[in-house]
Each structure stands twice: as structure tokens, then as C-alpha cells.
Design a protein around this ligand. Sequence first.
Ligand code: FES
Length: 295
Amino acid sequence: VSFDLRAPDGGALPPFMAGAHVNLRLDGVERSYSLTNSPEETHRYVIAVRREEGGRGGSRLVHERLRPGTVVQVSAPANLFGLDEAAAEHILIAGGIGITPILSMARRLATLGRSWRVYYGVRFIEDAAFADDLRSLAGTEAGRVTIQPRASGRLDIAAIVAAAPPAAHLYCCGPAGMLEAFRAAAEGRDPATVHFEYFQSAQEAAKGGFTVYLARSKKTFDIGDNQSILGAVLASGMKVAHSCQQGVCGACETRVLEGTPDHRDSVLSPREQAANRTMMICCSGSKTPRLVLDL
Ligand code: FES
């Protein structure tokens, strides 16, 4: 379902760049959603939410509770997946609902008159959200939009990346498997031209069975299985920065003062994870019996 969010007074909203997301808060649950509309539109944010029956409940809540006229709290846009508008050529790869930021990018690139292509992998062709919007953006240019259902085989990410000219900017948003294939295929390219965004955590959340001491607040928490450090801290009434709660946005990054985290996020690079200076407390755990955090 697609939702058109507007200010209650109908006024202009804070501007955004293609690839941006907003956090939507409903009944105390906060989730991030990419904006699908074009950044030239200043009067609305358009998001699309796929109902995930097996998910954590955020998408069900949005589907069941958001109705025309419902008032919801929406953050200003943030962007961890920015479109490089100056680049001449863009290859946009999406899997499933990962099409949402890619669609905004395609709209913007079409407006700017840049060269772009979309490769969009879907389970079934009838699942392909925004297929008509993409086709109309593509116009008559053959091959500009490829929508590939699973029955025809998965998108050959390695071949798509290998065929891209060296100066082209590559973007990928989709499930973890697709992102891993993309990152592996793009390894030798200029990192400034390789852009990706996870929309779900690449990894299982860490196990519990360790203790966390918060050095500034002087509080101790025993973290059990099926519990995150963030969850324990929030349940105590403390306020700490967070958003996605699945290790993909970076909002909950916290300094580690002692102990070795068990990193499960998709934000820190392997080198940053190995340095163990910070961790994402929404999904990562501990390899040592005790962690001391700068909170
Ligand atoms: S809340 Fe997004 S990474 Fe932790």
C-alpha cells in the first residue's frame, strides 16, 4: 500500500534528496520508510509499505491503522543512500520492496535527463510494485527498465555490475542476499560510485547471556536471549537514540569502553567492527561476559 503524507496545514515539507527515508511513528512503534516520490514535490512524502506477516508487526500496524486523515508523527527526511546527481550514468538495482528509494531515484534522474537503467527482481511479476510508474518513466527507450520474476531466474547481479562502465554509479536496495551479491560484485570499483541500502538486517540478532554496564548512567542490565541491549535500556525508561532496530540505520551507534561486541549490524565496515570502538546496540551482542558502554 502506498501512503501520501502531507502536513496538517497543507504547507511545504522539509526538502529531501532521492534515496531519503523518513521515520514514521504510530502507536509507539517507529519504522523507517524510503520516499518514493520525486524530490521536486515539496507538498508531500509518499511511502510504500509491504505487509510482512512474519515481520515485527510494524507493517501490519501501518496497513491496519493508517487511513486517510490519520495524524501520524513523521521525522524530517534523512538520507544514507544518496543519489549522486552529478554523475552521468546510473545503474539502479532493486529487489522486492527495495524498489521504493530506487523509484525516487529514477524519477529524479528522468527529470535531470541523466542516463539510467533499473533492474528490478521480484518473486512474481504481479508483485512488482510501481511497474507501471517505471515503464512510463522509461518511455520508449528499450532496456531501460528490466523487471525480472523469479521464474525467469534471479537477476545476474555480477553480470549487471561487470557490464557497467567504470564511471557509472551503482545503487542497490533489496534483501540481504542481493546486497551481499552486489557488494561482492562491486568490490574492485571506486567505492564512491557504489551505493547500497539494506532494508532488512543481513544477520540474525545476537544471543543474550551477558551483562551490560552503562558507565555514565551507572546502570547494569542482564541481557537475555530474544532481548536486545537497546530493548533492555528502553524498557528501563531511559531515552537513547534509535530508529530501525535491525542494524541498518546507524542511529543507535554507541561507544564501547570495555568488552568485545558480537557485531550483527550492516552499518559498520568490517574494519570498524574489528576495531570494536562502537557497536549498534539494537542488534549486536557480546562475545565477553560483560560489556561497558558509554551511555
Ligand atoms: S536502531 Fe538502526 S542500527 Fe540500531
